[in-house]
Design a protein around this ligand. Sequence first.
Ligand code: ZN
Length: 432
Amino acid sequence: MKPIVSICAFLVLSIHALSQKTVLLAKNLIDGTGKIIANPAVVISDNKIIAIDNKENLHLSKYGNGFVIIDLGDYTLLPGLIDAHVHPDNSSDDYQVGHLRASSAAKTLTGLKAVQDLLSEGWTALRVAGDEDVGFANLEIRNAINKGLFLGPHIYGAGHYLSVTGGGGDINFISYEQKIIPDGLIVDGPEEIRKAIRTEIKNGSDWIKILVTGAFMTTGDNPQNVHFSPEELKMAVEEAGRRDVPVMAHAHATEGIKQAVKAGVRSIEHGSYMDEEAIDLMVQHGTYLIPTLTIDLYFKEKLADSKALAKAIALAKDSREGMYEKLRLGVKKGLKIGLGTDFIGWPANYSAREFGELIKIGMSPMQAIQAGTIVNAQLLNKDKEIGSIEIGKFADIIAVKGDPLKDISELQRVKFVMMGGKVVKNEKITNP
Ligand SMILES: [Zn+2]
């Protein structure tokens, strides 16, 4: 046993040893608040940003000694990216059966790999929208990262999604004699919701995810149906709120969106069939919308022939045009739209496709970048810590080679990643 202990101790030590005093130099800085700063010098001590100076006129001694200077030349610095809707334990083609094939321990390992891959493509914070796992794999991953056992992104979110019997989190394609554990937590009636929420929070969920309407990817339910009653939604928001935990509501049908907003959820996920009244209600209540557009692209481009996903692919195709039209209206009306991809285990750099889709719904490139940085930090209620490059925040910083305001696809080619002051990737050195 002795050598194993000392190897583990070395790994932990080596992670901490990477913390240092660093200065990042670049051509431009898009800070996340809407500002562009030329010739930036970002001064970092341990895991925090302590100053943003100008590289042409830099007197480092005023910040102390021992800085390592990383000169990123003509690159552009941006805040670390935030994806507000991911499922790291899933893989693209085994929805609803993945947790039957793989133990929670196996899910933890594949999920850890997925979040580390996402980090190396610039995603420094993730919100998990419940996951397809019997246990709490995604929260175990978060706990291990927070303890310093592994380098990974900030993780927030829910262990599972709450669903009605026969809903989007239930397994509706096997005979009734079979007793298996579905991917969702099946709850019917306010008291079962209360119990499930207490169990989720006890096991570390800092968000509650509830499937208000049917889903695209499940067999045997309809996303146009509203599954939970107003009384059940009221219970969900009240019970979670008692513990200061916000609720994210999966809702496709416009009536489901309206009921969830009225009940007081913090965010609507998807919103595929929303109408203008639903948009107005979200604006009035300050509810965030996370439209998750990348997953539809992924279905279309990579999984068009999947039999298992035939329902989801057909629904996405039918709803897409109408949804984009309503999203354009939402942008005009000032709806708070965050960035979420519905990541289900695709190549990590695919997630940045979401930025291009946000531009298609009428956001400027700057607004799209903000949706995936500061707006999501506000959604998470973590905007004092993450979401922009400002003094006092975590040094979660990325860099791209070109100008993402001119070509948003630069965000699919992130060249440099720093997480809490530690360099995760620097292709400027390896591949200048
Ligand atoms: Zn999802």
